[in-house]
Design a protein around this ligand. Structure first.
Ligand SMILES: Cc1cc2nc3c(=O)[nH]c(=O)nc-3n(C[C@H](O)[C@H](O)[C@H](O)COP(=O)(O)OP(=O)(O)OC[C@H]3O[C@@H](n4cnc5c(N)ncnc54)[C@H](O)[C@@H]3O)c2cc1C
Length: 557
């Protein structure tokens, strides 16, 4: 229990001190807000949400420079985490998909391995503990092992009473308590049944003794040898589901022997059947010989968690004097690791909106409405992507081309953040972190800058591809026909963009972000976008001056 401030009055009370609550608390406290976090648990404690992506990392770098907090940038790559936070996290240098058929060895023809930046697998108990401490360092208060009794929201502020009777008041309340959101329950915001289109459940745990997948695959070709599979997130995919294998022990500087494992199933095809999670896992992997080999010596280090349908959603995430963060508002599926992307996309403008409200003593709910709408829109976008991904998993060819569509939109989102935002910050902060005019991030225009949905060109082909996949679900066309239609769609994208090599389905092994071909064509494409597309049609934008300054100063992103 850490209360640095003897007063019981705060600007903001945050429910939950997980990664989202602690990072928001850090930003607000750094900018002189009086913050109290209340958590029912105590750090370190288990948490799920372990795979990072270049999108999540770009957002953390943006947050770090936007609010001048170096510690947030430590999460933006494996080497930085390893040097500054903990050695218990894993390395994610690749993103691999292995397609499996029942009772067959995994085929070398049905593999996709893409190299990514020096990303990470977060051992969340240590990361969350670190950021709770960072928040305290910047002046936030934390009451852990605290049971909240009542929450009252009045016109003039909020009052939270804890089980022991103490009352805490604040001008604003943020719910970062995750799945069992107290505010969603209090205001009956959950949609039941959920509006999500994805239908999946999960069983997950941590293990030791999981073999390197490279030792379990037959026929690894020279072409495939661009990177070791085990130094990445491995997705074992089969019709109706997929499994993540997220090692923390896959780098010479990692000191954690653990590997995270999760099995995700379409709940309509694989309803819960009364078996224990361990039995269910063993029965499933027994069908896929290469997966069974990977786990033959594995041992659990904690109990399985077995969920029901994972999806939940809320019809609103804001109201008078409160805001509900993404994981407390809704959840879709772990595929493509979009949980933390949504969290940091929201926090980036939300922190500025709250700081502005404190400065003006005006907490009127309208100021938060545009962000709330965007948060819900992004959630629905990712839900559709997840739903169509499960259908695409019914066939390797469809999965192969759909993953390319996904990667192209992902690349656009990252380019938007790096070129539109981060580059400018890195130039300003070239000699050390400078304080920014934070109120600019509370402007409505900033929401467009941070929105990962590349409106116009970027989205239209994502939606068109999803429409093809939907026809497979409706039984209108075969999976192979859908794959061919999506291939034609992708072939019609801008030739500069196509020349990055990603659209060719035979290009199954590619060190994407390290590839000169990819980087050169993407750079050329960025200039084409700037020169030939109208502002409203550009999937992302940047300033020529920033580009020239970055080259002049030798800044690399
Ligand atoms: C199976 C699964 C796999 C996932 N994989 C990924 C992934 O690979 N990558 C990714 O980006 N995201 C992933 N996610 C999403 C990710 O877990 C969340 O985005 C992330 O954990 C959100 O962090 P948070 O701090 O908002 O919530 P949490 O981590 O859930 O923290 C909530 C905090 O609130 C506290 N709390 C809860 N209830 C109360 C209460 N009543 N009173 C006080 N305190 C309370 C808890 O003790 C906890 O400290 C996954 C999610 C699931 C379910």
């Amino acid at each position: 229990m850490i209360i640095q401030d003897s007063s019981q009055e705060f600007d903001v009370i945050i429910l939950g001190s997980g990664i989202s609550g602690s990072i928001l608390a850090t930003i607000l406290a750094k900018h002189q807000a009086r913050v109290l976090m209340l958590d029912k648990s105590t750090h370190p404690r288990f948490a799920i949400g372990e795979a990072m992506t270049s999108h999540t990392e770009s957002l953390l770098s943006v947050l770090s420079h936007q609010y001048s907090i170096p510690e947030l940038d430590y999460l933006s790559s494996f080497p930085k985490i390893n040097q500054n936070i903990t050695t218990s996290c894993g390395y994610k240098r690749a993103f691999g998909f292995l397609y499996h058929h029942e009772n067959q060895e995994q085929s070398a023809q049905e593999r996709i391995l893409w190299g990514v930046t020096q990303s990470s697998h977060l051992f969340r108990q240590d990361i969350d503990n670190y950021f709770a401490n960072v928040a305290i360092k910047y002046g936030a208060n934390l009451l852990s092992q605290t049971i909240i009794d009542t929450i009252n929201i009045y016109q003039e502020g909020v009052e939270v009473t804890i089980k022991t009777g103490e009352k805490y008041t604040a001008n604003y309340l943020v719910d970062a308590s995750g799945y069992k959101s107290m505010l969603a329950e209090k205001f009956q915001l959950r949609k039941n049944p959920t509006r999500c289109t994805c239908h999946s459940r999960s069983i997950f745990t941590h293990m030791v003794g999981v073999k390197n997948i490279d030792d379990c695959l037959s026929g690894i070709s020279n072409q495939e040898n661009i990177l070791p599979w085990y130094q990445g997130t491995v997705h074992h995919v089969f019709d109706g589901g997929w499994m993540w294998v997220i090692p923390f022990n896959n780098h010479e500087n990692s000191t954690n022997p653990i590997c995270s494992v999760g099995l995700n199933l379409d709940i309509r095809r694989f309803p819960k059947n009364g078996k224990s999670p361990e039995q269910e896992f063993q029965d499933l992997i027994a069908k896929f010989p290469s997966v069974a080999t990977q786990f033959e010596d594995a041992q659990l280090v904690r109990d399985w968690v077995s969920t029901g349908r994972m999806q939940y959603s809320s019809h609103s995430c804001t109201g008078e004097r409160f805001y509900i963060l993404p994981h407390a508002t809704g959840f879709i599926d772990p595929i493509f690791s979009v949980g933390l992307i949504q969290t940091f996309t929201t926090i980036s403008p939300l922190a500025a909106l709250i700081l502005k409200a404190i400065a003006n003593n005006d907490f009127s709910s309208q100021q938060f409405t545009a962000l709330a709408k965007l948060q819900q829109k992004i959630f629905d976008y990712y839900d559709h992507i997840a739903h169509h991904t499960y259908i695409a998993f019914s066939n390797f060819h469809l999965m192969n081309i759909w993953l390319r569509v996904w990667l192209l939109q992902h690349t656009m989102s990252v380019a938007k953040i790096i070129w539109s935002q981060l580059l400018g910050f890195l130039i300003v902060d070239k000699d050390g972190y400078q304080e920014k005019n934070i109120l600019q991030f509370a402007e409505i225009d900033y929401l467009n800058d941070i929105n990962p949905m590349t409106e116009g060109w970027g989205n239209s082909y994502v939606y068109k591809a999803m429409a093809e996949i939907a026809k497979v679900e409706q039984g209108l066309i075969s999976a192979d026909a859908a794959a061919a239609n999506i291939q034609s769609l992708v072939n019609s994208t801008n030739w500069l963009f196509r020349s990055c090599g990603l659209v060719n389905p035979d290009n199954r092994f590619m060190d994407v972000f390290d590839s000169p071909r990819y980087n050169f064509s993407f750079l050329a494409y960025a200039f084409w976008v700037k020169l030939f597309l109208k502002k409203e049609d550009r999937p992302f934008d940047f300033k020529f001056k920033n580009f020239i300054d970055a080259v002049r100063l030798g800044i690399k992103v």
